[in-house]
Design a binder for this molecule. Structure first.
Ligand code: NAI
Length: 306
C-alpha cells in the first residue's frame, strides 16, 4: 500500500539543508503540508539566515506541493511556540514533528569547552524537547501525532571527539522512551532515526565514492515510515546507503545472589554469567526491571509481593 500524507501537516526542523530538506521534500511529494523550519546558521551553530528555508519552500512549491518557511531557533522556546501558532493559524493542525535540526562542535573531551558541550545539548536536546513540548498539547487534543527524534550512532555507540554530540543524541532516546509511554493513550507515536548520509555535517569525514552512496533520500524513506499512520512506536531505525536496521536496548537475565553473597567479589566471579545474552529481553518500561529484581528476591525469600 502506498504511504501518503494527504491532509497531514508536518513540521521539519533544520529543513533548509541536508537530511531535513530531503525529509521535507519527500513528505511534501506525498501530500503533506510542510513547515520548513531552519535557523540557517553554520555547521557549528553560528549565524542565521532565512535563505536555506525559503529555497526549500520554493522547491516544494515548484513541484506542486505546499510549504511555508519558519526561521525559529529550536533552542529558543518563544520562537518555537510562535512557529506552532503560525502553523495552527495557517493549517489548523500538526500531525508530524520531525526533530532534525542539529549542530556539531567536535573536539576531544580534553579540549572541549563547557560552551561547546552546552550549545550542542541546547540545540539537540532542549531544541527537540521544546518543539515536542510545543506540539504535544495539539497532538493530544487531536488524538493523533507522529514524532521523530534524530539520534546518531555517535550517541548509541560512541565516536571519538563527540562527547557532547553523543551525550545529546543518546538523551533523545531517553526522551523518546518516556514520551512513547505518555503518548500511547493519545495515539502519539514517538520514534528515533539514526541516519547516515552525505551532508555538510559529514562531507569532510569520508571519500567521494563513499559519500555518493550515502544519499539523504535513502534515509528519508526510513523517516517517512517512522511518521506514517502505520508507524511503530519507541523504535530506533538506523538508515544509511540503503541499509535499514533497528537498534534495541536489551537487558540480560542476570544472576540473583542471596544477601550474604551480594559482594563485589561474587559479582566479579560471575561476570560472564551476568553478561550472558541468552534469554535477554527488552523491558517495556523502567518498572519492568524493578519487577524482575523484586521477583527474584521475593521468590528466594518466600515473600509475596501482593
Ligand atoms: P546539516 O548541517 O546539513 O543540517 C542541519 C540543519 O539544521 C541546518 O540547515 C541548520 O541550519 C539547522 N539548524 C541548526 N541549528 C538550528 C537551530 N537551533 N534551529 C533551527 N535550525 C537549526 O546536517 P544533517 O547532516 O542534515 O543533519 C541533520 C540531523 O541528522 C542532525 O540532527 C544530525 O545531528 C543528524 N545526523 C546526521 C548524520 C549524517 O550522517 N548526516 C549522522 C547522524 C545524525
Amino acid at each position: 500500500m502506498t504511504i501518503r500524507f494527504d491532509d497531514r501537516v508536518a513540521i521539519v526542523t533544520g529543513a533548509g539543508n541536508g537530511l531535513g530538506r530531503s525529509h521535507a521534500l519527500a513528505l511534501a511529494a506525498r501530500g503533506a503540508k510542510v513547515v520548513i523550519n531552519d535557523l540557517g546558521g553554520a555547521r557549528d551553530g553560528s549565524g542565521a539566515s532565512s535563505d536555506a528555508a525559503l529555497n526549500v519552500v520554493e522547491e516544494i512549491k515548484a513541484a506542486g506541493g505546499t510549504a511555508m518557511a519558519n526561521g525559529a531557533n529550536v533552542a529558543a522556546y518563544d520562537q518555537v511556540k510562535d512557529m506552532v501558532k503560525q502553523t495552527i493559524n495557517a493549517w489548523g493542525r500538526i500531525d508530524i514533528l520531525v526533530n532534525n535540526a542539529g549542530i556539531l562542535r567536535d573536539k576531544t573531551f580534553a579540549k572541549m569547552e563547557i560552551e561547546d558541550f552546552a550549545r550542542v545539548m541546547d540545540v539537540h536536546v532542549m531544541g527537540s524537547m521544546q518543539c515536542t513540548k510545543a506540539v504535544w498539547g495539539v497532538m493530544r487534543e487531536q488524538s493523533y501525532g507522529r514524532i521523530a527524534m534524530t539520534t546518531s550512532s555517535s550517541g548509541l555507540y560512541g565516536n571519538f571527539g563527540q562527547a557532547n554530540y553523543g551525550a545529546a543524541k543518546m538523551a533523545l532516546i531517553g526522551l523518546m522512551n518516556t514520551l512513547h509511554l505518555e503518548g500511547q493513550k493519545y495515539h502519539i507515536h514517538v520514534n528515533a532515526l539514526a541516519p547516515c548520509a552525505a551532508t555538510r555535517m559529514t562531507e569532510e569525514l569520508m571519500p567521494e565514492e563513499a559519500l555518493s552512496l550515502l544519499t539523504p533520500e535513502a534515509v528519508s524513506a526510513g523517516l517517512l515510515y517512522l511518521v506514517s499512520e502505520k508507524a511503530p512506536s519507541r523504535t530506533i531505525l538506523d538508515a544509511g546507503a540503503g541499509t535499514y536496521a533497528c537498534t534495541k536496548i536489551f537487558e540480560t537475565t542476570g544472576v540473583y545472589f542471596k544477601p550474604q553473597d551480594q559482594t563485589p567479589e561474587n559479582i566479579a566471579a560471575h561476570w560472564s554469567e551476568i553478561c550472558d545474552t541468552s534469554g535477554q529481553s527488552a523491558p517495556g518500561q523502567g518498572a519492568d526491571q524493578t519487577m524482575k529484581m523484586l521477583h527474584n528476591a521475593a521468590t528466594d525469600r518466600g515473600i509475596s509481593l501482593g
